[in-house]
Structures are given as structure tokens and as C-alpha cells.
Design a protein. Structure first.
Length: 369
């Protein structure tokens, strides 16, 4: 996967280099059509080739040959919803399957055309699955359609300073003797259990924060005495990226976990997009550090003011070249680009033609909506 940092590097390094950017729809609904993507790709390349200037025909053919060498490893279907490649005359910059469906389209331009790839970045964000039990917490990572078992955190690992249950039961075994404070063996056993659970929760939170990092989603499930405690103990910036899913039960199967993680990640993503668009619209209407619309956003990029660019598929379809410019400009200035879907996209389409930006500082009056 081409991560955010690598994408920025690609944009900067290819800024003035002729580049063949290729997106392929790898989905197959009928096994008979598993190689249809080749025909569709060839059609897209034919369209691009027809518009290549004479002075750039040789570099284009070199890029086309490099692309074919990469794709020759597929004798049938690609095996993923999409495929993306960025090729320059001197090297293949990136050429890999992606877990996000893509349109089959090709571009020949100075600089890589990365706007369609932004959607893949959001959909391929790692997801941490956390299944909490009273004695063990299991951890999984879901990334690019693959579910990987990580480590486990067990109650045994966090009991070294607690009294053993056998010692707690001593008074009861001796005939129900009560100590000077009136605590029974059962009270001691409960105290030890609570301490073990407390430490289990704390260690789980520490591990989740480490694994989720600054952007990963977290889908949480399991025992009722563990899940609320873990959720409450998570730092706010991680809790905002966490969803409790009822399908993630203590004895969940791999199939159950996969389904819960995919659904949970989608719900988290859509909720985040709605928050971003709502904040954008509110701030824009108050003339406070936000723009809506392609023109004002482009002007804000020229000022170096864009912190986070939001866009929709409709905006890219209507104005592909202009959207590519604001995407590249945002990335080159260290900003973040977010592709939004669903209700958030409909709101942004209605308010700003599918383009808007959260700014580092207030926009000058002349570029405000």
C-alpha cells in the first residue's frame, strides 16, 4: 500500500515528470469475465495515447512497456477490487492491488494523478479488533482485507502483585473465620478478582493505544464486565475512533470478527466524515478558517492555508483536472486529503460542489464564500 507519506513523496518527486497513472477496476462478478479488465485498460490507454504529443511518444511507450511487465503476472483476474500504478520513464513508482474499487482509467501528465487514490487511503486504514474476556483479551489487525491474529493479554500476566486465590480462601476453608476487619474469604477473592480485571483493562488500553497509533480504527467487543471499562479508560483521541460492536462476542469466530470489523470500520469512517463536513460547513458559514467550493479552496491553497481538504466522487467526476490540482497542492503543502461518501458527500456536494477545506488560519475576506 502507498501510505500518506509515500503518496506525498510521489507527488513531490513526480511534480514535473511525465507520468502514466493507471487505475483498474478489478472486480469480477462472472468468472467468464475475469480478464475483461485487460480490454477495458487497453481502451483507456488507447484514448490517452491518441492525445500524447509527438515529443512525448517515446517516454509514453517506455511507461506502457513497464506497465505491461508489471501486469504480466496476472494471467486471469487481478484478485482484488482495484489496481493502481504510477509509472515514469525511469521506473515503476508504484504498482499494487488495492482493496478499494477503482474506475478503469488512465492519465498521461506531468506529475502523478493521485486524486482517485485518496479514496483507497481511507478505506485501507488499519483496524484493530479487540475482544475482551474476563481472563483474556484477544487482539487482531484487519488491513487490506486480511485479518491477522496479534497477541493476547491474559489475566495471569498482570497478577504478580496480587494475592493468590488459594490464600484468599484460607479463612473460609478453616470454617468461615473472619479477620479483624470482618472480611470473609469471599471478600478477599472478589478484591483479588477486581484487581486482576483492573490491571487487565489497563494493560489492554496501553496495548490498544500503541497498536492503533494516531489514525487506526478500533472495533471493540466481548465480556460485559470488560468492554465498558476498556472504552472508558481509552484516551479521548482513541475513543473517538473506537466502536463497540455486538457481533464481537467473547467466542466470536474468525468469520464473525471479519464481518464485525468491516462493518465497524465503515460506520466509524462515515461518522468521522459527517463530523468533518458538519464542522466545515459551520466554520465556513461563520467565516472562520474554512472554505467551500472549488474556487475559494484553490485560492486558500495558493496561500498555504489548507490543513485538510475534503472532496467527493462527484466533484472529481465533474472537474477532474481542477480537483487534481487542489489535491496535489494540499499534499505538497503538508495538508491532509479526505474523500467523503454517503450523507457527508451529499451535504458537501450541496454546500460546495463537493469541495471544501478546513484551514490553518482564517481565509482573507476576498476568498470567503
Amino acid at each position: 500500500m502507498l501510505g500518506s507519506d509515500a503518496l506525498v513523496t510521489l507527488v513531490r518527486e513526480s511534480h514535473d515528470v511525465v507520468t502514466l497513472s493507471v487505475y483498474i477496476d478489478g472486480r469480477v462478478s462472472d468468472p467468464v469475465m475475469r480478464t475483461r479488465w485487460r480490454t477495458e485498460l487497453q481502451n483507456a490507454l488507447d484514448v490517452v495515447r491518441a492525445g500524447v504529443p509527438d515529443l512525448e511518444r517515446e517516454p509514453f511507450l517506455i511507461c506502457e512497456t513497464r506497465l505491461e511487465q508489471v501486469l504480466s503476472r496476472f494471467d486471469g483476474a487481478i484478485g482484488s477490487p482495484g489496481f493502481v500504478a504510477f509509472v515514469t520513464p525511469d521506473q515503476v513508482r508504484f504498482a499494487e492491488p488495492v482493496a478499494t474499487p477503482m474506475p478503469t482509467i488512465a492519465f498521461w501528465s506531468r506529475g502523478a494523478r493521485v486524486a482517485p487514490y485518496v479514496r483507497a487511503l481511507e478505506h485501507e486504514r488499519p483496524v484493530l479488533a479487540v475482544i475482551g474476556g474476563s481472563r483474556e483479551v484477544r487482539l487482531y489487525r484487519w488491513h487490506v482485507g486480511s485479518l491477522q491474529r496479534l497477541d493476547s493479554i491474559t489475566a495471569r500476566d498482570v497478577r504478580e502483585d496480587s494475592e493468590a486465590p488459594d490464600r484468599a480462601r484460607t479463612g473460609s476453608d478453616a470454617g468461615g473465620h473472619r479477620n479483624v476487619r470482618g472480611a470473609t474469604g469471599a471478600d478477599d477473592a472478589q478484591r483479588v478478582h477486581d484487581e486482576v480485571v483492573h490491571r487487565l483493562v489497563n494493560e489492554t488500553v496501553e496495548r490498544v493505544v500503541q497498536l492503533a497509533g494516531g489514525s487506526g480504527w478500533v472495533v471493540l467487543g466481548g465480556a460485559k464486565d470488560i468492554v465498558p471499562r476498556v472504552l472508558t479508560a481509552l484516551p479521548r483521541q482513541v475513543a473517538e475512533r473506537t466502536l463497540v460492536h455486538p457481533g464481537m462476542k467473547t467466542k466470536a469466530t474468525i468469520a464473525d470478527i471479519r464481518a464485525a470489523v468491516e462493518e465497524g470500520a465503515a460506520r466509524l469512517r462515515h461518522a468521522r466524515e459527517q463530523r468533518l463536513v458538519s464542522e466545515l460547513v459551520e466554520r465556513a458559514h461563520k467565516n472562520a478558517r474554512a472554505t467551500v467550493g472549488l474556487g475559494p479552496t484553490r485560492s486558500a491553497i495558493e496561500l498555504g492555508a489548507v490543513e485538510e481538504l475534503l472532496l467527493t466522487a462527484a466533484a472529481w467526476a465533474a472537474h477532474p483536472s481542477e480537483v487534481e490540482q487542489v489535491v496535489s497542492g494540499t499534499l505538497m503543502q503538508g495538508g491532509v486529503v479526505e474523500h467523503v461518501d454517503g450523507d457527508a458527500a451529499r451535504t458537501l456536494d450541496a454546500q460546495g460542489g463537493g469541495v471544501g477545506a478546513l484551514l490553518r488560519f482564517p481565509a482573507p475576506p476576498q476568498i470567503r464564500p
